[in-house]
Design a protein around this ligand. Structure first.
Ligand SMILES: [Zn+2]
Length: 401
């Protein structure tokens, strides 16, 4: 121990090789005769009693019959990293509960060390994960950072089987190339074994899925359709609000405050919001008509047969096209254009959970928004796999949490 005034600054643990045991080749792990000894190295170990702790050891080199003169196998070390495997696993596990910066502070190390530890943990997990048995995937785009440029989007691929929901892949942008890269990373066996693919109506994705996973039933996700409808109602409301403001301030104010009750589902709107909504529906406002169309569409999902659902869809689109509300007409055109994929929802009913993609998206937002202090895209990607990938974890010589 070293320190001043009786308070140790660090603990050094000196490690000596066992005299009766030969070193093992780091490449094949077979015992081999000794060659020479390298200078002493330090490895950061898990802090003991809150005091930074190091292993000190002079590694041997061995002469392997197959691999020549190589460094011996050191069980607590991984390559040239100056941190023990136990400490990397320790930091990585804590980095799921605390932010990376907090983890570094609590365990008296640097942000960089935490980052490298999580990176090692995730790399190991990705190399050792099993992708067999993936039957259903959800493909989605996630907005990230500020602005709406191409690099502000991520493409994500989730597994959404009932028994296992996890992040399988994440990559930059939301183009055809992004999704192709993702499917390639999963490998041809996984892509050929897919039974269901769930996505939004985003054209680049639709084309890639049709070309590469043609055997799978492609389903448009209910959650995406609902959010398109919500957005359309909001567009109608904003346009109308601007129009009214030009005419009368009071009427515009009334509409402004009703925004949140419009986004909620009919049954949950209570109290004053309910009164406002009733008044709105009785009025001849465009917003009321748009909201009514949106609410009516929710019946679509309750059909048991896709034939009746198809009939309902035709009727709904007919009404929407006559509504004189451009945002609603746009949704209607979009739904019509994707009718077969939309009706696949009824064929896949009971097989895939329709809340899975939405749930995983929300979790991604928690990770990207939590002030983790990600300095780069790479750090965020690692954090996403770390928190949502359900990756296997490396065995460690010492386990602390
Ligand atoms: Zn060897």
């Amino acid at each position: 121990m070293h320190g001043r005034k009786g308070r140790p600054e660090s603990i050094a643990i000196l490690v000596e090789p066992h005299r009766g045991m030969r070193g093992r080749c780091s490449r094949c792990r077979r015992p081999a005769p000794g060659y020479d000894r390298l200078p002493e190295r330090h490895w950061l170990f898990v802090p003991l009693w809150g005091i930074p702790t190091y292993f000190r050891y002079a590694p041997r080199r061995v002469q392997c019959s197959e691999h020549g003169v190589v460094i011996e196998h050191i069980p607590w070390s991984d390559g040239k990293r100056p941190v023990t495997r136990a400490m990397m696993a320790f930091l990585a596990r804590w980095a799921r509960r605390l932010s990376w910066r907090e983890t570094a502070r609590v365990f008296q190390t640097s942000w960089e060390t935490v980052y490298r530890s999580v990176e090692w943990f995730v790399e190991w997990g990705l190399q050792h994960r099993q992708l067999r048995g993936v039957q259903s995937i959800g493909v989605d785009e996630i907005h990230w950072g500020h602005g709406l440029r191409a690099h502000n989007f991520l493409t994500v691929i989730y597994q959404i089987d009932a028994g296992c929901r996890r992040l399988l892949w994440v990559g930059k942008r939301r183009s055809q190339a992004s999704l192709r890269r993702g499917l390639k990373a999963l490998g041809p066996d996984v892509v050929k074994g897919l039974r269901f693919v769930c996505s939004d109506m985003w054209k680049p994705y639709l084309e890639v899925i049709a070309a590469q996973a043609g055997q799978a039933l492609h389903v448009l996700d209910r959650f995406h359709i609902t959010s398109h409808l919500n957005q359309a109602v909001d567009q109608v409301r904003r346009a109308e609000s601007t129009r009214l403001r030009a005419k009368s301030k009071q009427a515009a104010q009334r509409l402004k405050h009703i925004r949140w009750s419009l986004l909620r589902r009919r049954s949950r709107v209570r109290g004053r919001a309910r009164q406002k909504l009733n008044a709105l529906l009785a009025s001849k406002l465009a917003t009321a008509r748009a909201w009514d169309l949106k609410e009516t569409f929710s019946y679509f999902w309750h059909y048991k047969s896709h034939i009746w659902a198809g009939a309902f869809l035709d009727y709904w689109c007919f009404r929407a096209m006559r509504s004189r509300l451009e945002p609603m007409k746009k949704v209607a055109r979009m739904l019509r254009a994707h009718e077969p994929l939309l009706l696949n929802w009824f064929r896949a009913k009971g097989e895939i959970s329709n809340g899975a993609v939405e749930g995983l998206n929300n979790k991604i937002r928690v990770v990207t928004r939590r002030s983790y202090g990600f300095r780069t895209y790479e750090a965020m990607e690692i954090a996403l796999y770390h928190n949502l990938g359900r990756l296997p974890e490396p065995e460690s010589t010492h386990r602390f949490c």
